[in-house]
Design a binder for this molecule. Sequence first.
Ligand code: GLA
Length: 362
Amino acid sequence: MADTSQAAASTVSAAPKSAPFGKTQDGQEVQLYTLTNAHGVQVSITNYGGIITSLLVPDKDGKLGDVVLGFDNVSGYQSPAYLKAGPYFGALIGRYGNRIAQGKFTLDGKAYSLAQNNGANTLHGGKQGFDKVLWQAQPGSSADGQTLQLTYLSKDGEEGYPGNLTVTVVYTLTPDDALKIDYTATTDKATPVNLTNHAYFNLGSGKDILGHVVTIPADRYTVVDAGLIPTGELRAVKGTPFDFTTPHAIGERIGQVPGGYDHNWVLNETTGMHAAATVYEPTSGRTMEVRTTEPGLQFYTGNFLDGTLKGKGGKVYGQHAGFCLETQHFPDSPNQPKFPSTILKPGQTLQSSTTYQFGLRK
Ligand code: GLA
């Protein structure tokens, strides 16, 4: 064991490797960057949408396995079937992650209308969110490990949002097998901003994630209407299938939640870097711990996957093939004065961090 990791250590270079990942539909070259640490843990990220396309972590036998859903080439993320299904595999989400009701909000007395792409609502930024744009990429390294810095300028009026918003996202793969994501943003006009990553995880090798055991340290969740828009009520999870304050298998009570889990949990802790979720997959022994600076967590169980998409290695992605833990501010906050504010003003810098820490329980 020690020998292999030493051998791996000597092959880890200072900067991530890069390779071509195909061309966008309008002919632009896309790159894939691979960050590696001394344990051989590897994450591949493309500058198209900042998408995490693969993430290799060891199981209890030391065997590396890919724990995220995705495609081998950028065209997988641009196919008509993919765009129709809209699962946002592994992507950076913005300018506003999750939903804004009717694509409308009022800010400083001015009414704004956004691109509507989820019925009448705006979801994950609109028609062309941050998941579907090319980011400027700068691979590098820091004291914490190999890094990939991605930058995007979202222009004033893009998808209906006010202000030129400059967004920087730094992915870091640490020596102790955590993937850290640091987001910063500045604007020249007040605008709502809610940034997240939409990775779908499956820590095992099964077709679905129902056997994963999840803990979410949240006593409340935001109740939603039929269109998944919050009513404003924060309801206690106690005595409901939403209670993950103690560990529960995803499949244990999912049948009691019509459609499956697709809700925002109100995290108990809100200051600094705090706990958002822990996940344990019994067959592989893999664990994942999520920590964040954000107040909320969208736990989504891949309810809309229906087997029409084939991913890496021809794998069919059926319902519940993966789950997402999207750290975020609450959905529709621009229309919910009692929710923590998502408004970024000129002169302020938005800073948000999330880590996905991988480990093993034998
Ligand atoms: C989010 C939403 C879901 C769904 C997925 C993408 O998690 O809350 O309703 O739209 O994104 O399919």
